[in-house]
Design a binder for this molecule. Structure first.
Ligand code: BGC
Length: 718
């Protein structure tokens, strides 16, 4: 069944509409020439949704969207109707899609390490957007996980620039192949929510280029997003959306980016941001005054620098719209194909679930007679993350618990429909009993657990845009609950639905742990697929799970309960050694390392061959399934020393599906930028000369093969 599903999803890729548009720059230039002075201002500032539009009169025909700019019918330019969606067409603030696929969190996607799954899910949500009449998805979140407490980690793709960049690029490509424009966001270093609107972020330029900026660079090269959304925070001085360095120098000059930069909502701070490279003031109602409407229009034709910029801003916006076919293929409101979206969501959730521990208890037998399911609202649905990315099917969430004083949807704890209890029951014989206890009282939870062959505790950690979590403990005393249930029944399995990493003080008391993240609309089914072995787990952690906050670069969360005027964050502590690279540098043993994940099969790696060629390294090796079940493995290749200097960097990975006993060869070609350092004086990537050590690993902390080769010194253009 699952194989069929994957084939259907693969067909999505080939059915893509992508045909390159001939010379979008020329077509855009012709349109810019025809614009009247008033039209030259229309595309440069976007409105918030009709319902919430407090500052300006609603425009006729304006959609309920996160943002929109009006159409210019005379020139055949359509409205830009923008909705959030890294995980699906967003649902909050009166913005309801026709119907929308709720994909698993982006971190779950990252745990698949699989470009095909990334493509299928994003193509499906882009088609949902079209069916709702929307032509822009505010997708492509790629900020690296520098802060495990960040409330938006679930919207991003983990801590490695290659993994995050490749997957973000693929999601963007998939969206735009459906003729829906995508962003990549939030550019850059938007790594925490605490004081995010004002937080001064500092980082050495070379470290930024080798980490977060590299993730953006890779995503942009692979996906060609029509737009880059700049971030709320400051970046080495100015706000990111007014940063000449980030927008003009790096993005537009070094990377030759032809599209447009839109601000995050409320992240424009001055009309002069236009000169620093910002092309669109988004959600203008969020700003204390509208900077890119009248004030910018007043400078058009009067100030040469602004006049040139305004032409360029329009050129960039139109060029992007033309390249993504928005002019000739407008979305048609219709009925989304729910089955298609759900198939993509289920495949992603199953492939992204990470089996963290298994002492011979999983997979469960379908002949089990008494299973106790405890906690985590498992009788209702599965957890999702809050904020602008919130998706729910049109029928609404299974449960939405407001967390704010106004009781609104913006930061509600939303449970996706699909109850794990039901999905578990459905795998068992009719006379099997699946009992549920909500976990409120330890004594009743323990009694239910004692009375069962197996207890499954569902533990949830809700996280949201707009807030970080104060620590890495499970909230609501769930650690106590797990320990109590495990004491009552040693056959206790823990299923985690979390936004990011959590601590597990009870780990040695339970025989099995699954990390299911926020698993989306088919999450319950996907969890049951893994528990009962209908799918062999293959997820690998895209982030390190620390053993304690003391291991992280910033045990204290900058800005937490601090005077905003004094708060600041320096990413120079870890520099470009984000995540596993930091643990490697410091010789720390985390709770679970980056790249870790178990399977019901087992794999062996052999015959590593490494050769250097020009400025790169090719590694190849074999993988054999030594287990008794078919399964997927994700062997990872790291460089561990460059030119004799130690330091770990992921340079590639394989996704191999193997029958028991089968062997295949995996080849990885390193992106030379991952072998290089950024040289500020030379303004080039510098590949150091000397010996390069390479390992093939089952996780960042588990090297299984090693070899080395040599490279000559080289300089590479940005
Ligand atoms: C978020 C963006 C989002 C925008 C529009 C902001 O609060 O940071 O990610 O795209 O809102 O909803």
């Amino acid at each position: 069944m699952l194989k069929k599903m994957f084939l259907a999803l693969a067909a999505l890729a080939t059915a893509a509409r992508a045909q390159p548009v001939p010379d979008p720059d020329k077509q855009a230039a012709a349109l810019v020439k025809q614009m009247t002075p008033a039209e030259r201002n229309l595309l440069l500032h976007s409105y918030f949704s009709r319902q919430n539009n407090v500052r300006s009169a609603p425009l006729p025909g304006a959609p309920w969207a996160a943002g929109f700019t009006p159409a210019i019918p005379r020139l055949g330019i359509p409205m830009l109707a923008q909705t959030d969606a890294s995980l699906g067409v967003a649902w909050i603030s009166g913005r309801r899609a026709k119907d929308a696929t709720a994909l698993p969190s982006s971190l779950a996607l990252a745990a698949t390490w699989d470009v095909k799954i990334a493509y299928a899910g994003s193509a499906a949500i882009a088609l949902d957007a079209r069916a709702s009449g929307l032509n822009t998805l505010l997708a492509g979140g790629v900020d690296l996980t520098r802060e495990p407490r960040n409330g938006r980690n679930f919207e991003y793709l983990g801590e490695d620039p290659l993994l995050a960049g490749v997957l973000a690029g693929e999601t963007i490509r998939a969206i735009q192949d459906q003729h829906v424009l995508s962003t990549v966001k939030h550019y850059a270093l938007n790594a925490q929510e605490t004081l995010q609107n004002v937080l001064p972020v500092t980082i050495d330029e070379a470290a930024a280029r080798e980490s977060d900026l590299l993730a953006f660079e890779i995503a942009i090269e692979r996906g060609n997003p029509g737009s880059v959304m700049c971030a709320y925070n400051h970046f080495n001085g100015p706000f990111a959306c007014g940063s000449d360095f980030l927008l003009n120098k790096v993005l537009k000059q070094d990377w030759n980016y032809p599209g447009f930069v839109m601000s995050d909502w409320g992240a424009t701070h001055a009309t002069s941001d236009a000169i620093n490279g910002l092309d669109v003031e988004s959600g203008q109602e969020f700003d204390p005054q509208v900077y890119f409407a009248a004030p910018l229009a007043a400078l058009d034709g009067k100030d040469a620098a602004y006049t040139a910029r305004i032409s360029d801003m329009n050129q960039r916006i139109l060029r992007a719209m033309i390249a993504v076919h928005l002019l000739e293929d407008p979305p048609k409101i219709g009925v989304p194909d729910i089955a298609r979206g759900e198939a993509a969501a289920r495949a992603e959730a199953a492939a992204g679930t990470v089996l963290l521990k298994n002492n011979a208890i999983l997979p469960l037998l379908k002949t089990a007679k008494r299973i106790a399911v405890i906690g985590g609202y498992a009788n209702i649905g599965v957890m999702s993350g809050g904020g602008s990315s919130q998706v729910a099917p049109q029928s609404g969430p299974a449960l939405a618990v407001p967390t704010q004083g106004d009781g609104g949807e913006w930061m509600a704890q939303v449970l996706m429909p699909g109850a794990p209890v039901k999905a578990i029951q459905a795998r068992l014989a009719k006379d099997a009993r699946v009992s549920f206890d909500n976990g409120a009282y330890l004594s009743t939870a323990m009694a239910k657990a004692r009375d069962a062959e197996v207890a499954i505790v569902f533990a949830t950690q809700w996280t949201s845009e707009g807030m970080d979590v104060p620590d890495l403990g499970l909230p609501n005393h769930q650690d106590e609950l797990i320990a109590a249930v495990a004491a009552a029944n040693p056959r206790t399995i823990v299923v985690l639905e979390t936004g990011g990493p959590v601590l597990m003080p009870w780990l040695d008391k339970v025989p099995a742990v699954l990390e299911a993240w926020y698993p989306g609309i088919k999450g319950a089914e996907a969890i049951a697929d893994i528990l009962f072995g209908d799918v062999n787990p293959s997820g690998r952690l895209p982030i390190t799970f620390p053993a304690s906050l003391d291991q992280t670069p910033r045990p204290h969360l900058d800005g937490w309960l601090e005077d905003p005027a004094k708060a600041k964050v320096s990413y120079d502590i870890e520099g470009s050694d984000v995540g596993y690279r930091w643990y490697d540098r410091k010789g720390l043993t985390p709770l679970f390392p980056f790249g870790f994940g178990l399977s019901y099969a087992s794999f062996r790696y052999d015959d590593l061959q490494i050769r250097s060629e020009g400025n790169t390294i090719h590694a190849s090796f074999t993988v054999t399934n030594t287990g008794t079940r078919a399964g997927r493995d994700t062997p990872q290749v790291y460089v561990t020393a460059r030119g004799g200097r130690r330091g770990q960097r992921l340079i590639g990975w394989g996704n191999v599906d193997l029958a028991p006993g089968a062997t295949t060869r995996v080849t990885v070609d390193a992106d030379p930028r991952l072998l290089a350092d950024w040289s500020i004086p030379r303004h080039r990537w510098a590949v150091p000369a000397g010996r390069y050590d390479v390992t093939v690993n089952s996780s960042a902390a588990t090297p299984l093969l090693n070899g080395s080769t040599g490279l000559e010194a080289r300089l590479l253009a940005p």
